[in-house]
Design a protein around this ligand. Sequence first.
Ligand code: NDP
Ligand code: ZN
Length: 351
Amino acid sequence: MRGYAMLKIGESGWIEKERPVCGPLDAICRPIAVAICSSDVHTLWAGAIGDRHNMILGHECCAEVVEVGSLVKDFKPGDRVLVPAITPDWSSEAAQAGWQQHSGGMLGGWKFSNYKDGVFADFFHVNDADGNLAHLPEGMDPVDACIMSDMVPTGFHAVELADVQFGDTVLVIGIGPVGLMSVRACALRGASRIIAVGTRPVCRQVAREYGADEFISYKEGPIFQQVLDMTGGAGVDRVCIAGGTVDTFSEAIKCLKPGGRIGNVNYLGSGDYVKIPRVEWGAGMANKTIAGGLMPGGRLRMEKLSSLATSGRLDLHKEVTHIFQGKEHVEEALFMMRDKPADLIKPVVIW
Ligand code: NDP
Ligand code: ZN
């Protein structure tokens, strides 16, 4: 089979590989449509997960099952499925402890294009199929379904980590495709005021449609100063972080009210330490909590989150700005995600 792979840090291309083998609990799938992620860009060009050789990229797709193992109960060849980016081993100790994302070690639930070949291929392997796949909901466009793999579960996880409550004022830092989903999740959770940080007009437009009330540019001075000015010095109840750098945490702590929470899903690609400003952290006594996490995967979560889309409460299609017809365009879409043209939110390739 063929797949589009990371050859080494900074180099990618099509390669030939053996079709993966299906274990008794597993499934082999073929993509129907795939989406490109900022994480693919970090993996390939920034060496975010270290060097990898001839590893097929991609972890966001909607797919058709072509083979299932003898112990798989709920899926059969021909079924169309949602595929979460994170596919834990559900019988692991970490999953039993409630940390399925970290089954097999820290971040170990992230298997596609990390510990094994990803989904930009003719065929790909899914472990624990009954626990990880979900049936494609009736009426959901496979293009939109790609947004379910990672953008929805990750953006929503920032809001879970920040524990947004009814009536909260929330700052969402970063409104790329992940942060946009955080904005939508804040609105669904009942935030009364959502302030969003990001500059690209296309992202601001969708953020407004998802429920953002006001905007801040990180290019026009410190975020915390702008937030304090907008809130009469009070600050915000919660901060969701889906963009920025290690220094963004200092800003977040400074504009957070005592007792507030930060939910981070941003990947911190450089810098050795996250600095917590002593005074604004109440000299250690401000009850300001920082939580950071990898998106949880799993079938139940995919079914629940996708029901928000099928019920009409979550419009997935707003995030898809570019659709390519044919897998040969995957490289163009990947380079587009790296270069982030002004009109881009998310590119999807129909395989
Ligand atoms: P994008 O690059 O598309 O968006 C980043 C956003 O952050 C943009 O709105 C950008 O603004 C803004 N931004 C950039 N620099 C700063 C800064 N210095 N301060 C504040 N805001 C800034 O990324 P994605 O939405 O695709 O992904 C967001 C992050 O989530 C990535 O780091 C990705 O790796 C991570 N991720 C994490 C996962 C998890 O499970 N935890 C899963 C998937 C992704 P502008 O409008 O100016 O571009
Ligand atoms: Zn992703």
